[in-house]
Write a protein of this length. Structure first.
Ligand SMILES: Nc1nc2c(c(=O)[nH]1)N[C@H]1C(S)=C(S)[C@@H](COP(=O)(O)OP(=O)(O)OC[C@H]3O[C@@H](n4cnc5c(=O)[nH]c(N)nc54)[C@H](O)[C@@H]3O)O[C@H]1N2
Ligand SMILES: Nc1nc2c(c(=O)[nH]1)N[C@H]1C(S)=C(S)[C@@H](COP(=O)(O)OP(=O)(O)OC[C@H]3O[C@@H](n4cnc5c(=O)[nH]c(N)nc54)[C@H](O)[C@@H]3O)O[C@H]1N2
Ligand SMILES: [Mo]
Length: 734
């Protein structure tokens, strides 16, 4: 162990663990990295929270088929009893209904260490045990994930590939950020980070004179401390603005024909649409009416991007709404019109305001990943469709040119995710969740999902086990030491699955003959092999553990998205059918989806202010500032979750700061605390996700989880992505 305090790691940063008499007593941000001290400091409360699950439990009514998940109580059992029950049940369901009837997609962030990543562990176990129905895509950016391969050849540009911030700071004249650059989102990185440099790089950019424009319903989305032009458009109207700017580029003769001809295909079809082949010319006036902003603001926006080096960005939130594919495709089209794709500081990028790490420069590939195992069940459900599939076995979903049939799910296994926080229409999920015969959950805490299981396995947390962690473009890789003994009878998910695999006769396939120590050494061996291949000096495992966090040698090349392609589009053909950026895709058009045609298009959201009845408001659900989704909620200070509302909307409803309010629509009722914020666009409510679903006797969600109001509707038949950000509600005083 390195001298000084042990360094541990979570998705919200690296921390020094202060341990006294075997107890974690404090957690401090490591190495002045810039991690949020408030979030980090919650670790001791989290570990010893009274919501910890300290031994295995079985729902009382499960064995005799009585009671109801969510209402029933739990019987503590010993480990062998719980393991025997779970293994027996998995074997029974496999035997009677086949592996596809086991749903093990288990979506969720789990924890930062890459070996003890619960979701990977449960999916390895279920694959080794005979197979399971998995999920396709993620909640964060599924619309982009399945659209971008048709447009750019792969989906790397949604998060993995981005022009680095330093290059933007050095070369851009103007950054236009649709969805903004909300600093709260930089507190988090999947896998955990040791450096947080975006805020200082943005300051550097501003100091160099880079101008920032943010299109967003929320003032907080402007980068902190920087003079920013804000266009407070209606949520869901971004595509109209982008299309109108494209039209303006064409109409003023500023569209870069040379770029369009050489690097794109389908510009003619797209321009015909801009010019009104559907009966509507996509003018700035047209967009200003849809976005409900003064047209002068859009003229000024056009003037600001018509010259100079312009970086166009969109946050992931834009594509988590109805027709979420369109704003990303339209932004690429706009960047193509400006002709700066592949130039330093120009073109487009996604996710800059969404997570720490997007636009960072660290060398990739040195954080080892736990490999998955081949799954005998090959059909996967689009992730945001799982609840609907649970409710409707046999339902057929269109999906990216294919049909996916919902299997008859009899057993659900979740480890490392909290669907009763993250899924849409939680009241409907509550009904669907009663259908399977058995639900098994591994969790450190009594989350709403654990409380709706039949068999509950208590899991350790990061500080109770050894691991290796980090994130792809960070500057560090972390050996993560075990700093305290497991709380209560908690076990590592890996050990739980080993014991289950023993009972099912698939232990060798699951653990490949390795224990925790052997796996960590093995996984690190892959990073060492990479280092040898790339000429990067990588410490051996013992040195890594002895010295603590390893600074990954920097990769000095600046990163510019699609620079290779721009330099030589024939040598670096994109993996699209044309080898070019597709502004019109024959493949997408060929799918024949009304909700995702062959080129970027304005398709009004199903729920938005453009269709709102009098009094209805557009609820935008965002990521919580000082939680990671539902993680840290059990130690949060404020209950229920605040809802931010514009002063005029609040006054008109007789609502004052701090008043308890009810948000409601046909799907649910949700309690919240009013927080008056003049920075919120009129007609819009902003509420963070993350509260633990807890409906009261009359069905009102008491903790403030807005997913009782969101719908099962997905982005489109193409991606079937989460569209939670398109939701209309009314609001009243409680
Ligand atoms: N309305 C609306 N809904 C949304 C979104 C939105 O913007 N609006 N955003 C969506 C997005 S982008 C995402 S990514 C999802 C996030 O949804 P989730 O990923 O489900 O959220 P988390 O709260 O991170 O869930 C992780 C769970 O893993 C548990 N856990 C942590 N460590 C371990 C471990 O070692 N072992 C086990 N067994 N469990 C562990 C935690 O206690 C927690 O319950 O939410 C989605 N839902
Ligand atoms: N602190 C913290 N950071 C996080 C997370 C967390 O849980 N906590 N979660 C991480 C995860 S999993 C993900 S996927 C990312 C998500 O990253 P994002 O999706 O980018 O984050 P959000 O906070 O949901 O939304 C960002 C902003 O988009 C704006 N917005 C919403 N709808 C619209 C719209 O229609 N048009 C425009 N122009 N703006 C709109 C909102 O005002 C909001 O503040 O965040 C990551 N970062
Ligand atoms: Mo996400």
């Amino acid at each position: 162990m390195a001298p000084g305090r042990p360094v541990s790691l979570c998705h919200w940063g690296a921390f020094e663990a202060v341990v006294e008499n075997g107890r974690l007593v404090a957690a401090l941000p490591w190495n002045n990295s810039g991690a949020d001290p408030v979030m980090i400091g919650k670790w001791p409360d989290l570990v010893y929270s009274d919501t910890r699950i300290t031994q295995p439990h079985v729902r009382r009514g499960w064995r005799d088929g009585t009671g109801r998940r969510g209402d029933d109580d739990f019987e503590p059992v010993d480990w062998d009893t719980a393991l025997d029950l779970a293994a027996g049940e998995l074997a029974r369901v496999h035997h009677e209904h086949g592996p596809a009837s086991v749903f093990g997609g288990s979506y969720g962030w789990s924890s930062a260490g890459r070996f003890h990543h619960a979701r990977t562990q449960v999916r390895r176990f279920l694959a080794a045990a005979g197979g399971f129905t998995d999920v396709a895509g993620n909640y964060s950016w599924a619309a982009a994930q399945f659209l971008l391969p048709h447009v750019l050849g792969d989906d790397s540009a949604v998060s993995q590939a981005a022009t680095d911030w330093a290059t933007v700071a050095d070369h851009a004249d103007q950054v236009v950020a649709f969805g903004g650059l909300n600093a709260k989102n930089w507190r988090v990185t999947s896998g955990g980070a040791g450096s947080y440099r975006i805020p200082e790089t943005i300051q550097k950019a501003a100091a160099r004179g880079v101008r920032f424009t943010v299109v967003s319903p929320l003032a907080d989305d402007c980068p902190p401390g920087i003079d920013t032009t804000r266009i407070s458009a209606r949520p869901g109207s971004d595509t109209a603005i982008m299309l109108a700017l494209c039209h303006r580029a064409v109409a003023t003769g500023r569209a870069d024909r040379g770029f369009l001809n050489r690097f794109t295909t389908g510009a003619d079809q797209f321009i015909a649409y801009l010019n009104g082949n559907d009966g509507t010319v996509k003018t700035l006036d047209w967009a200003a009416a849809l976005a409900d902003v003064p047209v002068a603001e859009l003229h000024a926006l056009w003037d600001s991007i018509a010259t100079g080096r312009v970086m166009l960005t969109a946050s992931w939130s834009l594509q988590r709404g109805d027709h979420g594919e369109q704003p990303f495709w339209a932004l690429i089209a706009l960047a193509a019109m400006l002709g700066q794709i592949g130039l330093p500081g120009g073109g487009f990028c996604f996710g800059y305001g969404s997570m720490n790490g997007v636009g960072a420069t660290g060398r990739r590939g040195y954080v080892p990943m736990m490999p998955s195992l081949p799954n005998p069940v090959t059909q996967s459900l689009p992730v945001a469709c799982f609840a609907e599939a649970l409710a409707h076995p046999g339902r057929v979903f269109d999906f990216n040119g294919t049909k996916v049939t919902a299997p008859d799910i009899r057993l659900v296994w979740w480890a490392g995710g909290n669907p009763f926080h993250h899924a849409q229409d939680l009241n409907a999920l509550e009904q669907a969740w009663q259908r399977p015969e058995t639900v098994i959950v591994n969790e450190p805490w009594w989350t709403p999902t654990a409380l709706r299981a039949d068999i509950v396995f208590p899991s350790t947390t990061t500080v109770e086990r050894a691991d290796i962690g980090g994130s792809s473009r960070d500057l560090w890789v972390f050996p993560v030491p075990k700093v305290i003994e497991p709380v209560g009878q908690a076990r590592n998910d890996f050990d739980t699955f080993c014991a289950l695999a023993d009972r099912l006769g698939c232990r060798a396939a699951f653990d490949e003959g390795r224990d925790e120590a052997a796996w960590l050494r093995h996984l690190w061996g892959r990073s060492m092999a990479r280092g040898r291949a790339e000429g990067v000096g990588v410490p051996d495992y013992d040195t890594l553990v002895a010295h603590g966090p390893w600074p990954v040698p920097p990769d000095r090349r600046a990163e510019v998205l699609l620079q290779d392609f721009r330099d030589d589009p024939d040598a670096h053909r994109l993996a699209t059918p044309s080898g070019r950026i597709e502004l019109y895709s024959e493949t997408v058009a060929g799918f024949g989806y009304a909700d995702c045609p062959g080129h970027p298009a304005w398709l009004p959201p199903d729920e938005w202010l453009g269709t709102a009845a009098p009094g209805e408001l557009h609820l935008v659900t965002t990521q919580p500032a000082r939680q990671l989704h539902s993680q840290l909620w059990q130690v949060a200070d404020r209950r229920p979750e605040p809802v931010r509302i514009n002063s005029a909307d609040a006054t008109g409803r007789g609502i004052a700061e701090g008043d308890p309010v009810i948000l409601l629509n046909a799907r649910g009722r949700c309690r919240a605390l009013a927080q008056i914020d003049p920075g919120v666009r009129s007609g819009v409510l902003i509420m963070a996700t993350g509260a633990w679903f807890h409906p009261g006797a009359d069905g009102t969600e008491l903790n403030g989880n807005p997913n009782v109001l969101t719908a099962w509707r997905q982005t489109s038949a193409l991606a079937q992505g989460c569209a939670a950000l398109s939701t209309l509600v009314t609001l009243e005083r409680e």
